[in-house]
Design a protein around this ligand. Structure first.
Ligand code: SF4
Ligand code: SF4
Length: 132
């Protein structure tokens, strides 16, 4: 009983545990998983990230020349869909050159965007990939 009263008084004069969100920004916790970033100059085009990605939000395609042989790695384009990404980090774990070719940044994931049909361009990229 005494300890409950003591705790109640302590809570009465201590700072609130909640924050005034969204007026006050939320501090990112350690190990926060943000947007995936790509360093083309270090990429060896092994496709391990593409294969490891559960929802398929990383694809390597030839968008300029769709009839290009997929084995020709020259002119391959890295495509990433942040709206499909679940921020699991599997792609970075699979990459033989983490932190150089691929890394998980602290940039905010793209959620809650009020854009309609954000995946329209992505469906074309997926179709291009499947046609290979
Ligand atoms: S973080 Fe996960 S979902 Fe996002 S691109 Fe990497 S493997 Fe795919
Ligand atoms: S796993 Fe890394 S090196 Fe391999 S294709 Fe992806 S980004 Fe490039």
């Amino acid at each position: 009983m005494f300890s409950s009263v003591k705790k109640a008084f302590k809570n009465l004069f201590s700072k609130p545990q909640t924050i005034d969100y969204p007026a006050s920004p939320i501090e990112k916790p350690a190990g926060h998983r943000g947007l995936i970033e790509y360093g083309e100059e270090h990429c060896i085009y092994c496709y391990k990230c593409e294969k490891a990605c559960p929802p398929g939000s990383i694809l390597f395609v030839h968008t300029d020349n769709p009839t290009e042989n997929p084995k020709n790695k020259k002119s391959l384009e890295y495509k990433y869909n942040p709206h499909l990404c679940i921020y699991c980090g599997e792609c970075v774990r699979a990459c033989p050159k983490p932190e150089e070719a691929l890394w998980q940044s602290e940039k905010k994931p793209m959620i809650g965007i009020k854009e309609d049909r954000v995946n329209d361009g992505w469906f074309e990229i997926e179709a291009l990939k499947k046609s290979k």
